[in-house]
Design a protein around this ligand. Sequence first.
Ligand code: PLP
Length: 410
Amino acid sequence: MKPIRKSAKLNNVLYDVRGPIVDAAKQMEDEGQKIIKLNIGNLAPFGFDAPEEIQQDMIRNLPNSAGYSDSKGIFAARKAVMHYSQQQGVAGVTLDDIYLGNGASDLITMATNALLDDGDELLVPAPDYPLWTAAASLSGGRPVHYLCDEDNGWMPSLTDIRAKITPRTRGIVVINPNNPTGALYSDELLKGIVQIAREHNLVLFADEVYDKVLYDGVKHTAMASLSTDVVTLTFNSLSKAYRSCGYRAGWMVISGDKTAARDYIEGINMLANIKLGSNVPGQWAIQTALGGYQSINDLVKPGGRLCRQRDLAYELITAIPGVTCVKPQAALYMFPRLDPEMYPIADDRQFFMEVLRATRVMLVQGSGFNYPDNQHFRIVFLPHEDDLREAIGRLAGFLAAYRQRHAKAA
Ligand SMILES: Cc1ncc(COP(=O)(O)O)c(C=O)c1O
């Protein structure tokens, strides 16, 4: 029989946070080994529970959830998202501008599918959250990566964004707070990106799923609050701030000059309609989450579990010779760098596969986030402090041996 091949549209799709390294870890687990998993921002397995009030409301509404909802989602949840947008200072958002989906992920692919023609370009950050690069490619478009500058606290380079705009560019993706770097962008920088979008008639895609996961008292500004004209699609969900990744409850808000975007919005509506709506029990969680007690604040404040884990992970990782890292101000991740003089790495995927085999610690290499060198990796600081100490201790041991081997060879 002739081999059945996958679509070439998948050529640009990287998903190392769930890819070969996870397969290798699974095999090791099957052999009875215990793996410390620092590869994915899934909160529940680390003992971060969804707020009880949310669970109770979902259970109470389960009997009302058997039918399809309106294809954009149920009224109560969309109304709560509308109020949330107003609180963030986003002008002119109506119920009609709000779409619920199975997590932000679902809406991201819908938004790129509705916009991109074959060969159209979407500016995506490097490092990125790889879903964006994948979504651009699967939509027939071409992801073009702009640089986030490690020497400038991982801020996007406005110069690089400008340099990469071509007549085919249709939009700019901004992930703020950022995964994988943990950076939070300044208002000045965000305004700079808005201005570029305005000048070139581009759509802004603001991925803000970590907007409440903030440390050290920093404030997040919703990108959509910075203009009333630039067409901006904002993505958010319950996954992170409400520790509810599995409920798959997310939303998208369209703001800016919607008259100019009428045809694009018609395309989005067509896709929402053929999707027949999203998971309804998850939709019932949204109103309670947004309106209820914001328990995430207890986790991120000084002394809160997430804040302590961030501080510990940062302290331990930067104590390893030749490892530097921008301290994250937000989200659940950091993106350290290995000095290439001390740790020459030809293939970072192979390198972190070796780390897994030798230490039973699963990390994802920087190239898995479309970052163009071999010297970075992402740490997820979700495990309890003891597990973080153990995991980073084992990594430090591996790196010490690697340094020695390299020094001898040199
Ligand atoms: C930056 C970013 N955007 C979107 C998502 C997807 O989130 P959801 O669970 O809402 O689909 C994630 C998940 O890790 C993420 O890190």
